[in-house]
Design a protein around this ligand. Structure first.
Ligand SMILES: [Zn+2]
Length: 169
């Protein structure tokens, strides 16, 4: 008898005009960040903005490099900058946006590496990070926790977890 494991993940899709002032402000910060991206190779401009529990906002944008693997995604730059500049301060939410013409997919999502970084940030701080994703002006996809974006996330170092969603059946 083969056992199966199931992962259930839900995203809310919002009209940005119906979001809270706080969420709209965070998205605006991410758009500012995207405008400062260095992406001459991909021309895929991504901005991230992290809202911290103390009210600070930390921006990041993708930073590419001629030696391709040396570049870094915008949301990861933001999360790492928040961790470096405000160590120990809880990350409440991260907005990730791309205004690029290339970002035409309705399913604009962080790459696997960035999702794993967000999950580990959640596990370190012991509370979820809301993730707001905007690629088209008329829609914002929101996840209540980064763990919803990473089925069966890499588990190491006994960090435990907020929200283990995997179920055996
Ligand atoms: Zn990434």
């Amino acid at each position: 008898m083969v056992k199966t494991r199931e992962w259930v993940s839900t995203l809310e899709v919002w009209n940005p005009h119906e979001l809270s002032v706080e969420d709209r402000a965070l998205l605006a910060e991410a758009h500012v960040a995207a405008s400062k991206a260095y992406a001459p190779y991909s021309e895929f401009y991504v901005g991230g903005a992290v809202r911290l529990a103390d009210g600070n906002i930390v921006r990041g944008s993708n930073q590419e490099n001629m030696a391709y693997p040396s570049g870094m995604c915008g949301e990861r730059v933001a999360v790492f900058a928040a961790g470096a500049q405000h160590p120990g301060v809880t990350m409440m939410a991260v907005a990730i946006v791309s205004p690029s013409e290339k970002a035409i997919s309705e399913a604009f999502m962080p790459c696997g590496g960035c999702r794993q970084v967000l999950v580990e940030a959640e596990r370190r701080q012991g509370s979820p990070i809301r993730v707001l994703l905007q690629v088209r002006d008329e829609e914002v996809a929101i996840s209540s926790s980064a763990v919803n974006l990473v089925p069966f996330a890499f588990e190491a170092f006994g960090l435990g977890g907020t929200g283990t969603n995997g179920r055996e059946g």
